[in-house]
Write a protein that binds this ligand. Structure first.
Ligand code: C2E
Ligand code: MG
Ligand code: MG
Length: 763
């Protein structure tokens, strides 16, 4: 029996020790972060086991005492390793992790005091007990041993507390991993306590520690909690927003999640309803088999719902068919969002018509898909729409645009495309045949187009530019540019509502493009040069000249200003021409310096110049560069410069005059001459154009007007110059009326510089 206890316990402990060595090696090799802590714990359990084996095998005290030292100090190390393991294992539980340094210090202090026992004998002594006929040395505890036990119990209790907290604090599904270790530790604790207090001679608790070590290894490194995974998966699948159906190999639905139950109104007790329910919703289909994906639309119009249905087979061991599952996703919200986004990006938010880009894209498609249909592009514009916004309000303006959009829409059919191109411009693309039919209806409507907000009413001047598409391959934007171009020819005519793009217009556009492209070269090579027209005093003596631009074109030959000035006025490049002409005039004046100091040259300034550069600064810089007196370079402006930014223009003119330039008002008597404006205009000379006065009305009336203008200018202290003087009688009459300066064919036509010099200086 005695042999039995000693040998069998030793055998068990040796077996456990071997098992722990295997576990320790495996744990240290494991790639899991916890592996190291487990390995250390397993190794730490070996010395106490060894110590116990020694104690069991010793029949003399001197040997048994070694066993006790190894066992008791080993226990300090085991508990320290347990603390370390627990610290790692319960990481993430509780708020923040603290290193359990205090525990290590306690255990180390305890180990030290135990080591001092041979010197002081304060910890324990041994006494032989008879265990089945042989002495077994058991411990006689002194104060040190009591301290040792308290320390071990205290730390052990703390560790247990940590596991209890872990069990309470973690989600239910994770509890198992803590509760197993907790239970085994409590079992060991109770087992050991039993030996401590029962004073049974042979301590068997070490077996419990060993088993506990193996359990720790298993649960922390080997155990895959299938139940936990199952539960997690089923929770995830239940919470899935998609409807999920699981089928057995026979095609019977065996499980469905919550969204699936809601979709089919079936439940887990009435799974047989699933199939018929799915068929009612989605139509006839074998839902419980094979791998496939489909999209289905259920319902119509606004009530349409969009679904993606996916079926997948499941094979149990990559060979046997184990059933299938079906996933149904309701994409309605997503689809509606996409449709809304698409609509917003293709439709104008105010009028609901197509946006420009979508309109152009659709037109392109229509043209390409109907190669035999002739089409007409119509550019719709509201004249002076800005005024509507200004006079009424932008809300009224918005309403007006919506009414216009509805008007555009009203006669359209499937073959037509229409959209909003920009603020107050719209595009319509219709088969030419339809346009011709509708035109007669549209025209009277256009001239009486009124918009109203229920309180106020306003007449809108709607104009159409029309291009019958003869070149189908050009960009849609170019088609509408052409329609727009046609429209621009009637911009200022209130009576005309429709204008067409024709060959004449096309040629004009081509011409504009050609001369615009060659302008730079024309300036650099002096193809554009000044012709000088003499200006005389009443005695016929030449006192100056007006520099008038001529373009001697290498192919077109001699070109008077009307062939190019209006083109450049429109595209702004007139400023290049003017700067060039001013420079030429300055050069001529500089050449005349010394010999013909009394002559001046007048240059023309386009109203557009003021938009593109600082006119005053440019002119001042020029005369400085050529060392001229400012009064030699006269400046001709027209009243139209006052159309915009009046104050700013007045300032520029005043600046020029104060710099010494003489400012002349050109073409007085043309267009909208305003005597009122004259009073405020800072000008020195009034150029009265005979052309405008003789072109209409009676001669007598014209004479009276001229006489009065001359008198008026005298009174305002403004000199007068008549241009366009063609006959001697005109000249004498004008001289009699008090005019002092003259320019006109009667004296001389504009001529090249050399001719002018011969004319004026008799060279
Ligand atoms: P404008 O400044 O009023 O120039 C006078 C125009 O009347 C010139 O036409 C001149 O040839 C013409 N003319 C002069 N005497 C008579 C006459 O007795 N009878 C008739 N019927 N016509 C006469 P031109 O040279 O064809 O210039 C036309 C317009 O082109 C100019 O009118 C001016 O507004 C503009 N222009 C000419 N050169 C330039 C320039 O360098 N820059 C700018 N911005 N405009 C220029
Ligand atoms: Mg002029
Ligand atoms: Mg003039």
């Amino acid at each position: 029996m005695s042999l039995n206890i000693r040998v069998s316990f030793s055998a068990i402990m040796t077996f456990l020790a071997l098992l722990l060595v295997v576990c320790a090696v495996q744990a240290l090799r494991s790639k899991k972060p916890i592996g190291k802590a487990v390995g250390l714990l397993e190794f730490a359990l070996l010395p106490p086991l060894l110590g116990n084996c020694i104690i069991l095998g010793s029949s003399v005290e001197s040997r048994a005492v070694w066993g006790y030292y190894i066992y008791l100090i080993g226990m300090d190390i085991v508990i320290a390793a347990l603390v370390n393991f627990t610290n790692e294992y319960c990481r993430g539980i509780g708020n923040g992790q603290q290193r359990p340094t205090i525990m290590y210090v306690l255990l180390a202090a305890d180990a030290v005091q135990m080591l001092l026992n041979p010197f002081f004998g304060h910890a324990f002594g041994l006494e032989p007990v008879d265990v089945q006929g042989k002495p077994y040395y058991s411990v006689v505890p002194h104060a040190g041993q009591i301290i040792h036990r308290i320390t071990i119990y205290f730390v052990f209790f703390c560790v247990i507390l940590i596991y209890v907290l872990a069990v309470l604090k973690t989600a239910k599904i994770y509890r198992e991993r803590f509760s197993v270790i907790l239970t085994s530790m409590i079992a060991v604790g109770v087992w050991q306590t039993f030996y401590v207090f029962s004073r049974t001679p042979v301590d068997r608790s070490m077996i419990g520690y060993g088993v506990c070590g193996v359990l720790v290894f298993y649960f922390s490194l080997r155990h895959r909690p299938m139940k936990l995974l199952d539960r997690m998966l089923s929770d995830i699948v239940s919470d899935l927003p998609d409807a999920l159906f699981v089928y057995d190999p026979a095609g019977n639905c065996i499980w469905l999640n919550k969204p699936a139950r809601e979709l089919t109104h079936a439940d887990l007790e009435h799974l047989e309803r699933v199939s018929s329910s799915l068929r009612t919703i989605f139509g006839e289909k074998e839902f419980s088999r094979d791998d496939w994906v489909e999209t289905r639309i259920v319902g119509f119009g606004e009530h349409a719902r969009y679904f993606t249905i996916e079926s997948h087979n499941v094979s149990a061991d990559s060979k046997h068919f184990a059933g299938s599952f079906l996933v149904i996703r309701d994409n309605t919200d997503e689809q509606q969002r996409l449709r809304r986004e698409l609509y917003n990006s293709t439709h104008d938010s105010l009028t609901g018509l197509y946006t420009k880009q979508h309109f152009y894209d659709t037109v392109r498609k229509v043209v390409d898909e109907n190669p035999d249909t002739l089409y007409t592009a119509v550019f719709v514009d509201v004249k002076d729409f800005k005024v509507v916004n200004d006079i009424f309000s932008s809300e009224f303006g918005d309403k007006a645009l919506c009414q216009l959009a509805r008007w555009i829409e009203k006669d359209m059919d499937k073959r037509c495309v229409y959209g909003r191109l920009a603020g107050d411009t719209f595009g319509i693309f219709v088969p030419s045949e339809k346009y011709k039919e509708d035109k007669h209806l549209i025209e009277p409507e256009l001239s009486a187009f009124t918009v109203s907000d229920g309180i106020r009413e306003h007449h809108l001047l709607v104009q159409l530019g029309v291009y019958e598409v003869t070149e189908r391959d050009i960009d849609v934007s170019v088609m509408f540019d052409r329609a727009h171009l046609a429209l621009s020819t009637i911009r200022d005519e209130y009576g005309t509502h429709i204008a067409y793009y024709d060959n004449k217009l096309r040629d004009k556009v081509l011409w504009d493009q050609t001369i615009t492209a060659s302008l730079r070269e024309a300036i650099d090579t002096m193809q554009i040069r000044p012709y000088l027209q003499p200006i005389t005093d009443s005695s016929g003596r030449v006192v100056g000249a007006e520099a008038l631009a001529r373009w001697i074109h290498p192919e077109q030959g001699f070109m008077p200003p009307f062939m190019f000035i209006p083109v450049f006025e429109k595209n702004g490049m007139i400023s290049e021409v003017d700067k060039h002409m001013w420079r030429c005039a300055c050069k001529i004046l500089a050449d005349w310096k010394g010999s013909h100091d009394d002559l001046f040259i007048s240059v023309n300034i386009s109203p557009k110049d003021f938009y593109f550069f600082d006119v005053a600064a440019e002119l001042k810089a020029l005369i400085k560069e050529y060392g001229l007196e400012a009064r030699k370079l006269r400046i001709e402006i027209t009243e139209s410069i006052m159309m915009n930014d009046q104050e700013e223009r007045m300032r520029t003119l005043a600046e020029l005059r104060s710099a010494g330039f003489i400012v002349e008002m050109d073409d007085f008597g043309s267009g909208f001459s305003s005597l009122n404006l004259l009073k405020d205009m800072p000008v020195d000379v009034l150029k009265i154009d005979m052309k405008f006065l003789s072109s209409s009305g009676s001669r007598e009336k014209a004479k009276t007007i001229v006489r009065n203008i001359i008198r008026l200018s005298d009174e305002l202290d403004i000199a007068s110059l008549t241009e366009g003087v063609e006959t001697e009688s005109q000249y004498t009459q004008l001289a009699d009326m008090g005019c002092r300066l003259f320019q006109g064919y009667y004296f001389a036509r504009p001529m090249p510089l050399a001719d002018f010099e011969a004319f004026a200086f008799g060279k």
